[in-house]
Ligand binder design. Structure first.
Ligand SMILES: Cc1cc2nc3c(=O)[nH]c(=O)nc-3n(C[C@H](O)[C@H](O)[C@H](O)COP(=O)(O)OP(=O)(O)OC[C@H]3O[C@@H](n4cnc5c(N)ncnc54)[C@H](O)[C@@H]3O)c2cc1C
Ligand SMILES: NC(=O)c1ccc[n+]([C@@H]2O[C@H](COP(=O)([O-])OP(=O)(O)OC[C@H]3O[C@@H](n4cnc5c(N)ncnc54)[C@H](OP(=O)(O)O)[C@@H]3O)[C@@H](O)[C@H]2O)c1
Length: 261
């Protein structure tokens, strides 16, 4: 007797939007219901889909990648999204509200995972803009970074109000009793309460290392870099000069990158 065919997994589903938080006019966090059985590791991303604005060349649905901000134990999938003026996806996203829905390909994707790195003592998590997202997921699941003695999270934004999750991160840092350092950087304001300057420059001149009193050295440090592709390119070049090694398929390295565009 032949077996009935296994039920095929839906290619995409409509996920209800539970909550939207506006950090700044151009920066939202959005929570959608997590489909039953959806499994992921902090650092993964998913593809979200949205019906394109009428007349858009991309056709009926525009698909884009978004890193998951929530931890696997949470009932919702959370994303931190910059709204791009006239963006094909985010331009339409601004018209949605809780109670509406968004399309989701129910498969976790990507290799921006701490487990890709070889064992080390200190993990440096470097982000510009929404590149912060994967690190929030990692910090919300304490086991994911348990192997590191010290953690340094550096987040660079143009304006203070774009420092999303700053309160949560400050709480993580306080609870960690010195294990986690959170270093927010604001590049286009000159207030005295934040660091200023671009991350590669602040590392090249040893400013960040001095602040946390840790070296950035491939013998003890592992580095994750996420966000603006000019930033990741600049970081790759500098880390190469410091003898950090990339992660390759089947070979753990000491530095790992995720480009957002
Ligand atoms: C693996 C991966 C993960 C990603 N995760 C996120 C995420 O968590 N949050 C997020 O906001 N975006 C993320 N992106 C980018 C996202 O997929 C879209 O490209 C972005 O939302 C713009 O889509 P759009 O159709 O509105 O704009 P488009 O019309 O496609 O315009 C694209 C332009 O917008 C700018 N841009 C795109 N993304 C960003 C960004 N994140 N920050 C600043 N400027 C940007 C660039 O100039 C780019 O050329 C990710 C991309 C990849 C490849
Ligand atoms: N943020 C806003 O106020 C704003 C307003 C209107 C429109 N937008 C649009 O929104 C999009 C996203 O803007 P965003 O501010 O989220 O992202 P972004 O331009 O990537 O800037 C985020 C942070 O990354 C830094 N950065 C950029 N390139 C870098 C590099 N090569 N090395 C190191 N650091 C680097 C920026 O510093 P610098 O400040 O030194 O560049 C800033 O601190 C852009 O397309 C922009 O045109 C943004």
């Amino acid at each position: 007797m032949s077996m009935p065919p296994a039920p095929s997994r839906p290619k995409h589903i409509a996920a209800p939007i539970r909550d939207i938080r506006q950090w700044a006019p151009n920066l939202w966090s959005i929570k959608i219901d997590k489909p039953e059985g959806f499994v992921f590791t902090p650092g993964h991303y998913v593809r979200l889909g949205i019906a394109a604005a009428p007349g858009h060349a991309d056709g009926a649905i525009v698909w884009r990648a978004y890193s998951i901000v929530s931890a696997p134990a949470e009932p919702t999938l959370e994303f931190l999204i910059t709204l791009i003026p006239d963006g094909a996806f985010t331009g339409v996203l601004t018209t949605l509200q809780p109670g509406g829905s968004i399309l989701l390909e129910p498969a976790a994707l990507g290799f921006f995972l701490a487990e890709q790195l070889s064992p080390g003592e200190h993990l440096w998590m470097l982000a510009t803009g929404t590149g912060l997202g994967p690190y929030i997921a990692m910090l919300r699941q304490p086991t994911s970074l348990a192997a590191y003695r010290r953690l340094v999270l550096v987040h660079s934004v143009r304006h203070t109000h774009e420092l999303a999750y700053a309160e949560e991160l400050a709480q993580h840092a306080e609870a960690s009793q010195g294990r986690l350092h959170y270093l927010p950087i604001v590049t286009r304001e000159s207030d005295a309460s934040h660091l200023h300057g671009r991350i590669p420059q602040l590392l090249a001149e040893n400013t960040l290392q001095s602040l946390v009193q840790l070296p950035l050295d491939p013998s003890v440090s592992r580095v994750m870099v996420c966000g603006n592709p000019d930033f990741t390119a600049d970081m790759r070049q500098w880390l190469n000069q410091q003898s950090f090694l990339p992660c390759r398929r089947g070979m753990a390295g000491s530095m790992l990158f995720e480009n957002y565009w």
